[in-house]
Design a protein around this ligand. Sequence first.
Ligand SMILES: N[C@@H](CCC(=O)N[C@@H](CS)C(=O)NCC(=O)O)C(=O)O
Length: 345
Amino acid sequence: MSTQPEIHNPATTDGWHGVIPSAQFPAEKGRYHLYIGLFCPFAHRANFIRHLKGLTEFIDVSIVKPYPKGDEKGWPGWCFPKSDDEYPGATVDHLFGEDYLHKIYFRADAEYKGRYSVPLLWDKKTGTAESAELLRWLPTAFNELLPPSLAEIDLYPADLRAKIDTITLWMQSDLNIGVYKAGFAPSQEVYDKNVIPVFGALNKLEHIIVQHGGPFILGSTMTELDIRLYATLIRFDTVYVQHFKCNLGTIRHDYPVLNNWLKGMYWDVDAARASTDFKHIKENYTKSHYDINPKAITPMGPFPDVEEGVQRDWKFHTNMDFDYDLWKFKLRDRGLSIEYGNASG
Ligand SMILES: N[C@@H](CCC(=O)N[C@@H](CS)C(=O)NCC(=O)O)C(=O)O
């Protein structure tokens, strides 16, 4: 019997659990193809890493259109443009010339029962697809083929792992997914319950960045936390505030530290800017969520998408007498009882 772990259980909703590099999936230039949407924060994580680690030469991409997403029920999901000129930044399916993304899932498993989501990594040699969390292993997957300057970029350094794991737990549930829980809430009660932890998590992060002295969340080293947070916060003022009704505050007006962190990521980290497309982001949410925004009108603002003027002297922030309680009071003034999130850490 094979000792290989199950890659994907056919005819199920199960994703693919392979990891590069491994015996089955070695690191090879040109072997893997990444399907993404520039709008999606989860695909954004993978594309950010692709740029940061110089993997654009190793993994080519096809990029779905931000909208429409299938019919009014979203079926059958994301599609490719007919030509690379149809929607700037979106591409045809470079591998198979398919019209819809779900057809790629069915190429891997004709009985596939799961979601048709981006990101999706395709292995050209085995004809297998991958749709699980890439963030943990993609940053190191091709290290053996990279020059030292890129191989040594370590987003999950041993001395910071405990902190990264603790923060990831509540940040993912309260903020990265939290905005979706608030935005897709089917009732007032569900919305009320879910919007509070979003701001609890922002409050905690505001404090954590000050404690560690910037410019990254845990100090001088960029970690995978910065990539997780970037993919969410670059969409926050632009989309989540109005479209997902996460409007207890904005990053630019209520979170000076997070705003400076965000500006630093956008203007100083090439991979962040190169992987960000505001047109795709804004038009996807506002033109593909038919139930939330039936007229599909995309708001013009905010302007600018991200502010300029990074304060690179972080002493400016760390010397600020940070009033932790201020954040509590601000929200209490609005009749809300909110501490620093509803999770540990
Ligand atoms: N398993 C994926 C899920 C990513 C995901 O939820 N992508 C959304 C776009 S932001 C999607 O493609 N949804 C399509 C669908 O579920 O029909 C991950 O976390 O990497």
